[in-house]
Every structure is written in structure tokens, then in C-alpha cells.
Design a protein around this ligand. Structure first.
Ligand SMILES: O=C(O)CCC(=O)C(=O)O
Length: 232
């Protein structure tokens, strides 16, 4: 167990197994440089099948196409971001180059992300929070109800999702009340077959789920797409 994980849970109810947290993973100066680079990216509304989320994203390495339900190749992780990926690989005792994917997300006021587990093509997940904190919520089924846990993800901190935190618990972020950015780094599960097969989503992107996840957090239907016959 990481030292940071021990301190996180020393005086709190235990969080999900496999969740760890490192406060101040980057310095304030590094945060400013990352934010400047992020603001120069072509951030675009998150696409969830026929719907657009309110948050804006850019993918590197791989992107996930929710319409085709498969991974697509994306631009390589850029030079300004690679050293951070490398630092995370060292921190997590991973081989250099293990992180093959990065997702940059901008949450403007009112944007969030619905309950989900990350796609099965990905393995370990590392989330760096920038600019402001968010309550990062977890839940898992416990009989007829849910077990819940909330991590206060502070700016400049890194959370790690592995084990049950990654594969059993779902996570979500309620609409934020001040702008937040995150960089999510992921390692890949082995591998190549995911490029040719339909994805094995933990929450299948049925029209109903698309509606719930995208619209529940401020998502909107792109102009010209009819609602008729889908939402009844
Ligand atoms: O912004 C974050 O820290 C979480 C992002 C996330 O859960 C996702 O993109 O799947």
C-alpha cells in the first residue's frame, strides 16, 4: 500500500480497495504550465453516441468511439505531456511507456460525468486534477442498495484506480461549481483484438444509457437529431 494511501484512509472509513491518492503530485508552477498547454488544445464536446456531453475533451494515444463501440487511434501523447506520464509510470512502478493513452477534460461550471466504469480495453487509471477540487464519488452494489465513498480530489493531486476501485466500483463527478480540468492517463489491457472487435462496455451505450449519462449531466442532443421514438 502506498504511504499516501495509508494517510488518506487512516482516519476515514475505508475507501475502495485499489484506490490510492497522492496530494500535490505536481507543483503549482507545473500546474500553470499544464493549464497553459491544455488551453491551447482543440477541446471538443464529449461525444456519447448521438449525444454531446457538456465537458470538453481531447484524446491522445487512443480514443473511444461510443457509436462504433471500439478504440480508435488518436494523436500521440504530446511532448509537453510525456514527462508527466513518465513520472506517473515511475511513481506506480510501471515500465516506461506503459501509459499509452491520455484524456484531457475540461469541466466548465455545471459539467460533470455520470456513473460509469472505464472501458475494459483500459487497465490502470491515473487522474490528475487541476485548478479546482471535486468530490469524486464511488458506488458499488450492496444487495438492494449501494455502498458509497467520496474522495475529495484536490487540485494538483493524483488518484489511482486499480483492482476493485477500477473494476467493481463505478465513479462519477456531480456538476462542478467552479471550472476544473483533469488529465486521465490509462494503461492498456492486452490488446490488439480490441481494435477489431466491438467493445465490451461495462455500461452498454444503449440509447437509454446514452440519454441518462449525457443528459443527466447537462448533455445535449446535437442539432438535427430527433428525440422521437428514443426516449419513451
Ligand atoms: O475528470 C476525472 O477525474 C474523471 C474522468 C473520468 O472518469 C472519465 O473520463 O472516465
Amino acid at each position: 500500500m502506498l504511504a499516501s494511501q495509508r494517510s488518506l484512509f487512516a482516519s476515514e472509513p475505508p475507501g475502495p480497495t485499489g484506490l490510492s491518492y497522492e496530494a500535490e503530485f505536481v507543483t503549482r508552477d507545473e500546474e500553470q504550465v499544464l493549464l497553459a498547454n491544455i488551453r491551447s488544445l482543440p477541446l471538443a464536446p464529449f461525444q456519447f453516441g448521438a449525444y454531446e456531453g457538456k465537458r470538453r475533451v481531447v484524446y491522445f494515444g487512443h480514443s473511444y468511439d461510443f457509436t462504433q463501440q471500439r478504440l480508435e487511434r488518436a494523436d500521440a501523447i504530446p511532448d509537453w505531456l510525456r514527462p508527466l506520464a513518465s513520472r506517473i509510470e515511475d511513481f506506480a512502478k510501471l515500465r516506461q511507456g506503459s501509459i499509452a493513452h491520455a484524456l484531457v477534460t475540461e469541466y466548465d461550471i455545471g459539467a460533470g460525468i455520470g456513473w460509469h466504469r472505464d472501458k475494459k480495453q483500459f487497465d490502470k487509471v491515473f487522474g490528475l486534477s487541476l485548478l479546482s477540487h471535486c468530490p469524486f464519488r464511488f458506488r458499488r452494489r450492496a444487495g438492494a442498495s449501494w455502498k458509497r465513498f467520496t474522495l475529495d480530489a484536490r487540485p494538483r493531486s493524483l488518484y489511482v484506480l486499480d483492482g476493485e476501485a477500477r473494476r467493481v466500483w463505478e465513479h462519477s463527478i456531480a456538476p462542478v461549481d467552479s471550472p476544473r480540468y483533469s488529465i486521465t492517463f490509462r494503461t492498456m489491457r492486452p490488446p490488439a483484438r480490441f481494435f477489431s472487435r466491438a467493445a465490451n462496455s461495462s455500461i452498454a451505450p444503449s440509447p437509454q444509457n446514452q440519454t441518462r449519462l449525457a443528459r443527466g449531466f447537462g448533455g445535449r442532443r446535437p442539432p438535427g437529431r430527433s428525440n422521437r421514438g428514443r426516449l419513451q
